[in-house]
Design a protein around this ligand. Sequence first.
Ligand code: ADP
Ligand code: MG
Ligand code: MG
Length: 980
Amino acid sequence: MPETQTTPSLTPHDPSPAPAAAPSPAAAGAALAAPPPGPAAVRHVFDFAEGHREQAALLGGKGANLAEMTRLGLPVPPGFTITTAACREYLRTGAEPATLGGEVSAHLAALEERMGRRLGRGAAPLLVSVRSGAAVSMPGMMETVLNVGLTDSSVHSLAAWAGDERFAWDSYRRLIQMFGATVLGVDSGLFEERLSRARRAAHAPTDAALPAAALRDLAGEFQELVRAEGRRAFPQEPREQLDLAVRAVFDSWQGERARLYRRQERIPDDLGTAVTVCAMVFGNLGPDSGTGVAFTRDPATGQRGIYGDYLQNAQGEDVVAGVRNTVPLSELARLDPASHAELRRITAVLENHYRDLCDVEFTIERGRLWMLQTRVGKRTAAAAFRIACQLLDEGLIDEREALRRVTGGQLARLLFPRFDEEAAPAPLARGIGASPGAAVGAAVFDSATAAQWAEAGRAVILVRRETSPDDLGGMLAARGILTSRGGKTSHAAVVARGMGTPCVCGAEALEVDAANRRLTTAGGGVVREGEVISVDGGTGRVYRGEVPVVPSEVMEYFERAGQAAGAGSAGRAAASRAPQAAAPGAGAGAGAGAGAGELVAAVHRLMGIADRVRRLDVRANADTAQDAARARRFGARGIGLARTEHMFLGERRPLVERLILAETEAERREVLRELLPLQRADFTGLFEAMDGLPVTVRLLDPPLHEFLPDLTDLSVRVALRGAREAGHAGSAGEGAGAGDAGGAGDAAGRADARLLAAVRRLHEQNPMLGLRGVRLGLVVPGLFAMQVRAVAEAAADRALAGGTPLPEIMIPLVGTVRELELVRAEAEETVAGVARARGLALRIPIGTMIELPRAALTAGRVATAADFFSFGTNDLTQTVWGFSRDDVEAGFFATYLEKGVFQVSPFETIDVEGVGALVETAARAGRAARGDLKLGVCGEHGGDPDSVRFFHRVGLDYVSCSPFRVPVARLEAGRAAAGA
Ligand code: ADP
Ligand code: MG
Ligand code: MG
């Protein structure tokens, strides 16, 4: 079987049937494993006419899509592609495959035959471009070398053939410049210096105005420069130019920039790059020639048409390099109506074929249009939603495909407040958007200052070259974080994401000088400590001054649109029936114009589709009626985790202290009696906000000492009081007032001493693994019973008031079925008692969290005492890995990510191999023991896109996540059902 058939193919450029947008890095990492080495006689070179778009893994995105355009009969200059497999062999062995040279010769001969011209020889010398192209788009790879084949002699033939001296010398100086810089390692700045000197001497405003003689002189100067600075002289043998350029592309895979980029984007290191060799067409042949880039539709609005830039009499990257001012494509319609019409025709063919927005590169050579590249185009999150809906309306894709075209990550980006781009100045620099969000503050260059200023109430942005664990204090205090080094997995990025703080990292154009408390921009601008900057952790842009922030119109929509957008089963139907209900005009209210209205409408529509197709239900983690109400507006269909510990803080803390200090049974019962009505009121509020939807109440989980004062603080207080009292005792004969004060002090002192003893008694080396969860319930008499009673009474109250409360009771940290049986027996008795007393039937399911490996491994037995399982994947990750999250995440995770121990934090995305396997095992065993066992997830993974799709796959019933993540989870659950 030819290797091409066995090669997995997945690339962001690959439009179908995979999602249009770039796959998440994790997914890409998994799917992009290098194909196994083929048999001895594998082919390493394929003509454009031999390949197709599914072959990005073998031919690179560029090669595969050039082949596809060739297959479609579009005007692509002929050429061939050397495979990534050849590159891999080169990287492995240090030498090109033995047969490669021969294969290249054969394909080159065929190309020459077809063109009726020979590479760099004869009266009409053939020239080619040598282009890199990996399976995934990879900035940092070698730049393309154009005009390969030109030599001191063929430049004359070219001039004669074209009847244009200037063109020939321009092409030659470009070749020496590009070849010198990218293949022979000469500093490209040195060429630029000579170029601008020549421009000045010729009084030429741009390169295009340089006369032939000046370009000829430059070609000579450039060759001298190469001889002096390069690894060797500029080669005068065309085939040697080609071979050296191919090898340089291979080598560039291992270049510093490429490796850095791969690490950031989690692209495997062993994919290799393809090399595409393509016959040159010339945009620099005069005013009837030119080069351009185009999108098949507006990448911001989705509007169909063609959008792009064109530059007359130019070659290659000139159009994006800003050497001259480009004109919009509408201008091309005037300059060259025939080529413009042809371009429109071709982009329509591409749209219909790829069924997505494509971007293209093209060149016009003396009135003839040539296509040089296409791929499914990058787009912003907002554009992704709008374009998916446009394509749906145009009948190019169906609803499920539309869902696959947007991601939860994109939706999450749309929910953050954002800078008002229209009011923003030109950015100072652009780095990697590592943690989304918009932040404004005074630039500070060290952690201590950040903490001090923040303490004093100032908003600060912490600016560092890179951060280390020592910077944690400053990072916590900062509104935003900016670094000039490091990528998406740098310390700054990981920690910032963990804290939800906006972060831009790797803004390499900025020079951060912490010692002198300032940063310098590429243009030489300086920002000093205290000057205000704005950082956009989504786009990676950094601005001087305060860019105004506007709330996200999509967030406003969710805040407003609860009823229509899918809260409750009725809401779900309404969402799909009445897509107009909440959307139109919604954006206008945000003052963001019609574009925003269209975005909101697109989000609304795709959410409706997701709600209709998804199998997973989405609940929220919410502890208060307010959060519950928001979650419901965001489309949550119940609460999957209501933590009760928050209900014991604040003014109730003294009650908990008394509970802990109680010396007699009667005292303890008295405290619990006082707590009962407070808890009942908490639950009544939750049940009311979630009327008709399930509310899972987790009984108290954290260790009791978390409710007591800190050991050190208390010790100091007691010690100080002791010292003071010793002082009082020394000064005898004081008045009555002093005596009274002493009495009150004594009482307080005694209380503190008792408290200190309790804190000491309860102190644990390892609280996470100590007396908490179900263990508390079994050790502290009456505590769980009080909570269960409060749940049951609140439910009874609500039912009697005409509501439909659907409480569920969840027992945390169970390791063995026996623990659950004990707690369950007591709970059932309590519920039955309340039901009897109130004269109504109460059915309250009782289940457990699965957050210890032992519970997962014995899930079949645990299920005999549980009505439901809820996987507590935060603690399950901690206990499976033996990680204490707080200690490891800020501690050494950056190093672990750097070293590739994992590609993403297991607290962010479920560790499928380990934690995920346990979830799957436990789900299966639980269901086997009890067919109607309800299965959910209540860890933070419940709102993580990749994890949601995993939970769908293993057959859980619902995920539960923070209210703000509910829309993301709904969308991803829909995408999972649609096969994403
Ligand atoms: P990149 O990956 O940076 O886009 P490309 O290989 O696409 O690099 O090429 C760089 C520039 O050179 C692009 O503008 C492209 O259109 C142009 N180019 C590449 N090959 C040819 C060719 N055979 N004829 C004319 N222009 C070309
Ligand atoms: Mg290109
Ligand atoms: Mg837990």
